[in-house]
Design a protein around this ligand. Structure first.
Ligand SMILES: Cc1ncc(COP(=O)(O)O)c(C=O)c1O
Length: 457
């Protein structure tokens, strides 16, 4: 006990010393007040000093966004090819979504579900009829949506399938990404996500993506890996045959991103549960939801699950406006058409640099450029993204060799062509230079190791 207290005392004095350090370099209040005048370099340094280092961002500061365009604090203009991991399908600061936000913010922002409010029921009705499910359960972030689906599936398993106590099993796909909470990383095979955070939540089994020997949660890590033809249908059949719930994480792939409303529509599959997030709030507020029919959804009773902010009137108004924009602006078809056009352009770049680009793949406007590690060495996809940024294109690497290209669905053909040209220019002009400049030892290939039951080996 004494040791715990003294450790707490030491931690407190360290925290105070740090606070003094932060305020010594620049007092908190004036710094915040002057934020608009700070340069990109100062802002990046401030974040590095005062925020956890749980990301490795491309050094570019977003200051203003409109549609597919971003301005940095210096007024430089960029085209966004990440869309905040597909949260901004409708385009940055869509005027109709902002109008819904402002109008609702002036009336009411939060009731909590201790009471009813006059916006959530409208959202629930709109969402369920749009996606053809009986009911929805609202949350905020994607990870919360995934946690909700897992809890719901377990509850259904015990109540409706009579699974013995604590023996429910969630089957997920190796290589999946579903968020960062403890329950969710327990489905991960990525040791970077799990190492040091154990013990993981039991009751998980991982299978190879694309292997029909089992899968419950769809690999939603498009476009790193596309489902093999017929895979989702086979998973559906397998689940139906054995009375297993099929849960589909459409947090990133859903809401028009892949050229269909849901990625599972590519195979005309109806999962038992669908999880939505990200673009459900058009990048304006966090909104997530789980969709299911009554026999599943009503397994959760009052008091067994919830969220103070889930179903809040502000998010509900924004979500309805966000979905209406998708429908009214025909963004599903737009993603399909522009996606095809974009892949054709990228394939031309591949023809020019066949030794560098191994594959162009994707659906709709969720695409990946898969690069050869050997041809890049000692550069990586991250270095390519830095050079793309210098040419006005904001893209994010996935692993060492994949570049994800997922612009807002409102992007124009001309802007897509700009990105294709920038990529070609980077390979032609920047890569040879980088290869001379970068000095690093050949990185060892990181092979995820896991025992398929959530134990980090
Ligand atoms: C497929 C998928 N599921 C879940 C999540 C987690 O969402 P959030 O970051 O809002 O918790 C993400 C986020 O990237 C995702 O891509």
């Amino acid at each position: 006990m004494a040791a715990a207290i003294s450790r707490r005392g030491a931690a407190l004095s360290l925290a105070l010393a740090r606070r003094r350090m932060c305020s010594a370099s620049a007092p908190a209040a004036p710094r915040a007040a002057a934020a608009a005048a700070l340069s990109s370099e100062e802002l990046i340094r401030m974040e590095q000093d005062c925020s956890a280092h749980n990301y490795h961002p491309i050094p570019m500061v977003f200051s203003k966004g409109e549609g597919s365009h971003i301005l940095d604090p210096e007024g430089n203009k960029y085209i966004d090819f990440l869309s905040a991991y597909s949260a901004v399908n409708q385009g940055h600061c869509h005027p109709k979504v902002l109008r819904a936000l402002i109008e609702q913010a002036e009336r009411l922002t939060l009731s909590s579900r201790a009471f009813y409010n006059d916006k959530f029921p409208v959202f629930a009705e709109y969402l369920t009829s749009m996606f053809g499910y009986d009911m929805m359960l609202p949350m905020n972030t994607g990870a919360e949506g995934v946690e909700t689906a897992i809890k719901l599936a377990r509850k259904w398993g015990y109540e409706k399938k009579n699974i013995p106590k604590n023996e429910a099993l969630i089957v997920s796909c190796c290589g999946c990404f579903h968020g960062r909470t403890l329950g969710v990383i327990s489905m991960s095979c990525d040791n970077d996500a799990t190492r040091g955070f154990g013990p993981l939540v039991p009751g998980h089994l991982k299978v190879d993506f694309g292997d029909i020997n089992g899968c419950l949660l769809q690999r939603a890590g498009y476009p790193s890996i596309l489902p093999p033809d017929g895979y989702l249908k086979s998973v559906r059949d397998l689940c139906s045959r054995h009375n297993i719930l099929m849960i589909d994480d459409e947090i990133q792939t859903g809401i028009a991103r892949t050229g269909k409303m849901l990625a599972c529509d590519w195979e005309d599959v109806r999962p038992d549960m669908v999880i939505l997030g990200k673009a459900l709030g058009a990048g304006v507020v966090p909104v997530s939801a789980v969709l299911a029919d009554k026999d599943i959804m009503l397994c959760i009773k009052p008091g067994e699950h919830g969220s103070t902010f889930g179903g809040n009137p502000l998010a509900s108004a924004v979500a309805v406006a966000s979905l209406k924009v998708i429908k009214d602006e025909g963004l599903v078809q737009r993603a399909a058409d522009l996606g095809e056009e974009f892949r054709n352009q990228l394939q031309k770049v591949q023809q020019k640099f066949p030794h560098i680009i191994r594959e162009i793949r994707g659906r709709g406007l969720l695409n990946a450029v898969d690069l050869s590690n050997k041809a890049l060495y000692p550069a990586s996809a991250y270095d390519i993204c830095i050079k793309l940024k210098e040419r006005g294109i904001l893209a994010k690497p996935t692993h060492d060799t994949i570049i994800r290209l997922a612009p807002p669905l409102s992007i124009s053909s001309e802007e897509l062509a700009e990105a294709s040209k920038a990529l070609s220019d980077v390979f032609e002009h920047d890569l040879p230079q980088m290869q001379k400049q970068i000095k690093k030892p050949e990185s060892e290939a990181k092979t995820p190791v896991c025992d398929r039951r959530g134990r980090d080996l």
